[in-house]
Design a binder for this molecule. Structure first.
Ligand code: ASP
Length: 345
């Protein structure tokens, strides 16, 4: 009887059926790559940063550390690199500020932490983790979150730290477009992705997920996207971990990360099918676009996306970091092509 209850709870992702596992780390640096228009130097720098994130994150797993350590380590490397829309190099709001969002979730305990709209926290993913581990809350926003950061000894920086010229010019371009047409019609804005995320499986068979972002270029009115919303852009349970990247409003409306994990936990769907159904069918059918990385407790990886490309990387048993950007680069996932109706067309 107790065993049946245990198995039932496990199938809802409520308790973990712990088993020794081969560690795996999967990361993304955002979806929405516009067809091979990056300079060779930028592409090289992005690939190098992702390789570094994979190696440093995987070192945690090899040292026997929990999945959450690999996730926060890999994300911190990408937050510190100005090529990504997270931490340094984040996109600007409509009124020229950087407002950062991040979340982490531990699949074994179902504990989670997130922050939104912070503008002085160097590594929002570390603050999200502190919220999870050292507060009785799940989500803190704005000035209150930064007050908590101070108490926790989390590094604060001057807001100018996040600024890059490239992101500033992206905002200027969007402002010009704004002046010509209403924001909801501006599909171009939706292409300025570059969020970072990680999912990991540790040697104990436990999963974790995390996501960090500057949100969407030219965002207004304190807009918060899916990344820090547990279940939308970030989710992990005993069988599945997901980090999304894309047009956040659609990930929130489909509760995308949770939806993928429920298909895995409750319907027993293979993770690649579950992730592809949500990312490449449900979200585009509503007019959204983007991608996600997903990992199950057996180490199976899914990396669906319906944009021109997705910065994605993975490292497993052989300890060799793999990075891919474009559609013609092989990866462990078998993502189907974007449906014809996708907003990414
Ligand atoms: N999903 C993020 C947001 O909507 C953007 C991204 O993934 O780049 O805030």
């Amino acid at each position: 009887m107790i065993h049946r209850l245990f198995v039932a709870l496990a199938s809802f992702g409520i308790v973990a059926m712990t088993h020794a596992a081969t560690p795996v780390l999967v990361i993304h640096g955002g979806a929405g790559v516009v067809k091979r228009d990056m300079t060779a130097a930028k592409e090289k720098a992005v690939r190098a940063a992702m390789t570094k994130a994979l190696l440093e994150g995987y070192a945690q797993l090899k040292a026997g550390k929990p999945a959450i350590d690999a996730v926060t380590t890999a994300i911190t490397v990408m937050e510190d690199d100005s090529n990504f829309n997270a931490g340094k190099g984040s996109v600007f709001t409509h009124d020229g500020k950087n407002e950062l969002d991040a979340a982490v979730m531990d699949g074994d305990s179902l504990r989670a932490g997130s922050v939104a709209g912070v503008h002085r926290v160097k590594n929002p993913i570390l603050l999200a983790r502190a919220v999870m581990e050292h507060s009785s809350h799940v989500m803190l926003v704005g000035d209150g979150a930064e007050e908590f950061a101070k108490e926790q000894g989390i590094t604060l920086v001057d807001p100018s730290y996040f600024r890059t010229e490239e992101r500033w010019q992206q905002l200027q371009k969007a402002l010009k477009e704004d002046a010509q047409k209403q924001p909801p019609a501006d599909v171009e804005t939706a292409k300025h992705f570059g969020t970072v995320g990680a999912v990991a499986l540790d040697g104990e068979g436990h999963l974790a997920a995390g996501t960090s972002t500057g949100g969407m270029n030219d965002k207004r009115w304190g807009r918060v996207g899916d990344s820090p919303i547990i279940g939308a852009g970030t989710y992990a349970n005993a069988q599945c971990a997901v980090s999304g990247t894309g047009w956040g409003e659609f990930y929130m409306r489909t509760v995308a990360a949770h939806e993928i994990c429920m298909k895995v936990s409750m319907l027993n769907e293979p993770i690649q099918r579950a992730a592809a159904e949500v990312i490449n069918q449900e979200i585009p059918s509503m007019g959204g676009n983007g991608g996600a990385i997903a990992l199950d407790a057996d180490g199976n990886i899914a990396m669906p996306y319906n944009t021109d490309g997705m910065f994605r990387g993975w490292i497993g048993a052989d300890g060799v970091p793999h990075v891919a950007i474009y559609d013609d680069e092989p990866d462990p996932s078998n993502h189907p092509p974007a449906p014809a109706t996708s907003a990414a067309e």
